[in-house]
Design a protein around this ligand. Structure first.
Ligand code: GDP
Ligand code: MG
Length: 443
């Protein structure tokens, strides 16, 4: 965690007043390392660190922040502005329909999947998209898109694998025009590497269709390499934006930063899973937080400070340590979290939490579910709350009746609780970065 590292670097600087070339040298080295580790291109890192240096030198060290925090904040703000800040990255579809979106990228980057996700996204915005398979080389590529279309209830153009992709796209646009589709999403072929054959085919499609958007689909897992590939596609095709896929994995997302810095093209969407709903509109600040490995810690701290009872937090932390986290604590904790806003948004702010919440699947309760959870736990005896393992079949039935729920719901809650216990254990392993530090232990 960059904050922690900088905290060490700055230990001696506390209370010295002003940041100088000399006393931020080590801090900038840490920043450089973090960015390189996150797959940011080294040239980009170099320029960036220089920017931060210029901004930091001469800055007064605020009373309320430590120098480490202050540098982190400068780094954070500069990165967000490098990524385009809060500039509008939405698709430009304001043209006479049918509007074409062309998806390009290497094989396996996630083009076909992203076509499906995008179609779903557009449908939810009341557009009427037509999916167009134009990858005639990869076996079953056409069927792959058709299957996605069927799942989504979105029509897929009936391409044939012995047709010229340029002809497919041209005919599909005509078909869309005649049949009332306002958007066509072109799923093009990819290769393992950029080559002339692929590029000239894509250029021919572009020249024929004149798509409103050309989205380069980049696999975040490929790290640094993604920048070179993006540059190659951009030079030949003049892309309009980027879809960064597979950010649900371990990739830190530094590639996005480099692509934006090197090609000047914005990331418009990020892919966060194989499922069709795993697409998010890009937010610069979320990606930057991910790169810096700190979640939206700052926001979280602000929110947490206003509502979270510090004593309660300390008490819970002790319990986690001793592995005594029980159902009563579970309930309290959910209540505290409820006060802070939606559970999803809170969890996303805690470093490492996003991934763990994925493991829990649907374990996060909605506000409405919260009431039921409380009713169920309230219907338990004190012993049961302290030790859930004694809750056998007949107890489950009694608890269900008492809370006006079903045994199934009681089972579900217990399952969710044991999973939460596991998460707590993992958080504990994270040490001071864990949940409670974030929630209550910070100034
Ligand atoms: P294409 O060759 O560019 O069309 O790539 P595909 O759409 O066929 O995707 C290749 C593989 O990546 C498939 O197994 C997809 O399920 C997977 N994939 C695509 N996007 C994502 C994502 O955002 N996250 C994850 N985890 N997997 C993805
Ligand atoms: Mg494909």
């Amino acid at each position: 965690n960059l904050s922690d590292k900088l905290e060490l670097v700055f230990k001696k600087l506390r209370g010295q007043g002003v940041m100088t070339e000399d006393n931020i040298k080590d801090a900038l080295r840490e920043v450089r390392l973090v960015l390189l580790e996150a797959d940011v291109n080294f040239k980009v890192v170099k320029e960036f660190v220089e920017k931060v240096r210029v901004r930091a030198v001469g800055t007064q060290v605020l009373q309320s922040l430590s120098p480490g925090q202050q540098v982190v904040k400068i780094v954070h703000d500069e990165l967000v502005s490098l990524m385009g800040g809060d500039e509008d990255n939405s698709l430009d579809l304001a043209a006479k329909p049918p509007v074409a979106i062309m998806m390009v990228g290497l094989q396996g980057a996630g083009k076909t999947t992203s076509c499906g996700k995008l179609a779903r996204h557009l449908k939810s915005q009341r557009r009427n998209p037509l999916l167009v398979p134009a990858d005639v080389y990869r076996p079953a590529a056409i069927e792959q898109l058709q299957t996605l279309g069927r799942q989504l209830g979105i029509e897929t153009y009936a391409s044939k694998s012995d047709q010229d992709p340029v002809v497919i796209c041209r005919d599909a646009v005509k078909y869309a025009e005649l049949n009332g589709f306002d958007t066509v999403i072109l799923d093009t072929a990819g290769r393992h590497q950029i080559d002339d054959f692929l590029m000239s085919e894509l250029v021919r499609i572009r020249d024929e269709i004149d798509p409103r958007e050309i989205l380069f689909v980049a696999d975040a897992m490929t790290g640094q390499e993604a920048v070179n590939v993006a540059s190659g596609f951009n030079e030949r095709l003049a892309i309009s934006g980027v879809v960064l896929t597979k950010l649900d994995g371990d990739a830190k997302g530094g590639a996005a930063l480099s692509i934006k810095a090197v090609c000047g093209k914005p990331v418009k969407f990020v892919g966060l899973g194989e499922k069709l709903d795993a697409l998010e509109v890009f937010h610069a600040d979320r990606l930057v937080s991910r790169i810096l490995g700190m979640g939206d810690v700052l926001t979280l701290v602000e929110k947490a400070q206003s509502v979270f009872d510090e004593k309660e937090a300390a008490r819970l932390q002790q319990k986690f340590k001793k592995n005594q986290f029980d159902l009563e604590d579970f309930k309290n904790q959910l209540q505290q979290i409820k006060k802070m806003g939606s559970l999803d948004s809170i969890m996303g702010m805690i470093p490492g939490m996003g991934k763990m919440m994925k493991q829990l699947g649907d374990a996060q309760p909605s506000e409405r579910e919260m009431k039921r959870v409380e009713a169920i736990i309230d219907s338990m005896t004190r012993d049961e709350r302290a030790n859930h393992t004694i809750i056998n079949g007949s107890r489950r039935l009694r608890i269900a009746k008492g809370s006006g729920t079903t045994v199934q719901e009681v089972n579900q809650l217990l399952k969710r609780f044991t999973e939460a216990q596991k998460v707590m254990k993992q958080l504990q392993k994270l040490g001071p970065k864990g949940l409670m530090r974030g929630m209550g232990g910070m100034r």
